[in-house]
Ligand binder design. Structure first.
Ligand code: M6R
Length: 366
């Protein structure tokens, strides 16, 4: 049942405030996340964790890339993130005190499951899963489990599963980091910021009409570039993946600082460049990267915080977020307009949004 929406994907994009609210509800007490959300063994295992290895595929991998910032910047917890099909075929070195974390919407992705099975005998403190399907193999086989509560996701392009994974990872990050460098005062601040995200996402959905306008510009293009820095780089990766998956436009994401190391050569008037620009410590660096694009005649589409000072002018289309977005919130909130952009480009091109060619919802073969 598409609930009156034209596609499941659009329905699922609009379900995000509720999915996020559900994922966060009853998981905090006295303004801090509850350890028990990870299961009965969490109290014993979490104090031993000094580092995390995250493994996942596709969109879930992008969620892992964001989590690295939550763990390292907020908590001083070293973290590596890797795609499962690579991780399982090398010989990862596991430092003492490392937790293995698999992220998967379905809990049945073949490579992710194989990675988990490999990890079990590899000297980790424990294995953990963030997953959306309670009866999945991943959930059954992991020591610690944090469920996202996105509800069933039908569209092949993952939307609400991704943002709920980020919410779960915010929570997970605090639970691990509090045994490392995160103090109680900062933890409460982060918890408050996270709990405000469903309301921010609700407001951000109103950017749909602006994304419909941007989509007209993209519909006849063959390539697009997505830029971000820091935690916005994985957001750019996710925006590019959504666009290529459902509209079949070749899209690539780059950390904006890498532009002049190669991709700048591609930039011309036929290459729309999307930039993710929250007002954080990297904003001035990002602005000069955007100037580099403008100087080559590239058309910029910038999603920015209202307080960045970036304004629309010829060659630069700016859409501002409904309010200032904090660092922890930014990956969740900024993802939403990029989902809407990809969706409306696909609709404009007449592709099969919910069932893109060559793809399956759950990849149960290697
Ligand atoms: O069920 P999983 O989260 O393990 O799936 C991983 C990927 O196959 C999945 O995220 C895929 O990249 C999506 N189609 C992206 O929209």
């Amino acid at each position: 049942d598409k609930g009156g929406y034209r596609h499941y994907m659009l329905k699922e994009i609009f379900e995000q405030p509720k999915a996020l609210g559900d994922t966060l509800s009853e998981r905090f007490a006295h303004g801090r996340p509850l350890e028990a959300v990870l299961g009965p063994d969490a109290a014993e295992l979490l104090p031993q964790v000094r580092g995390v290895h995250i493994v996942a595929c596709g969109t879930s991998y992008h969620a892992g890339l964001v989590a690295r910032y939550y763990l390292e910047q907020g908590g001083g917890v070293p973290c590596t993130v890797e795609v499962a099909s690579e991780y399982r075929y090398r010989d990862p070195v596991v430092p003492p005190g490392t937790l293995f974390l698999a992220i998967s919407q379905s809990g049945e992705t073949a490579d992710t499951l194989a990675a988990l099975r490999f990890a079990r005998g590899s000297g980790y403190v424990a294995t953990a899963a963030i997953c959306n399907v309670p009866e999945s193999s991943l959930v059954r086989e992991s020591d610690l489990v944090l469920m996202t509560r996105a509800g069933p996701e039908i569209g092949v392009a993952s939307t609400k599963a991704f943002t709920t994974q980020l919410a779960a990872l915010g929570l997970f990050g605090m639970l691990v980091a509090r045994h490392n460098r995160l103090d109680a005062r900062m933890e409460k601040l982060y918890a408050r910021q996270l709990l405000h995200v469903p309301a921010q996402v609700e407001k951000t959905l109103q950017l749909e009409s602006a994304m419909i306008k941007w989509a007209e510009w993209f519909a006849d293009k063959h390539h697009a570039l997505f830029l971000g820095r820091g935690p916005s780089f994985p957001v750019a990766l996710e925006g590019a993946l959504k666009l290529k998956e459902i509209s079949y436009i070749h899209a690539e994401a780059y950390p904006a600082g890498e532009l002049k190391h190669g991709p700048l050569a591609l930039v011309d008037a036929d290459m729309p460049v999307v930039a993710v620009a929250p007002n954080n410590r990297l904003i001035e660096k990002l602005k000069s990267n955007l100037q580099e694009v403008r100087a080559r005649g590239g058309q910029l589409f910038v999603l920015a915080d209202p307080d960045t000072g970036i304004r629309s002018e010829p060659g630069i289309e700016v859409v501002t977020m409904p309010e200032h977005i904090e660092a922890l919130q930014a990956p969740l909130v900024y993802t939403v307009p990029l989902q809407l952009l990809a969706y409306h480009v696909a609709v404009a091109r007449g592709t099969d949004v919910d069932q893109p060619r060559n793809l399956a919802k759950s990849v149960t073969v290697e």
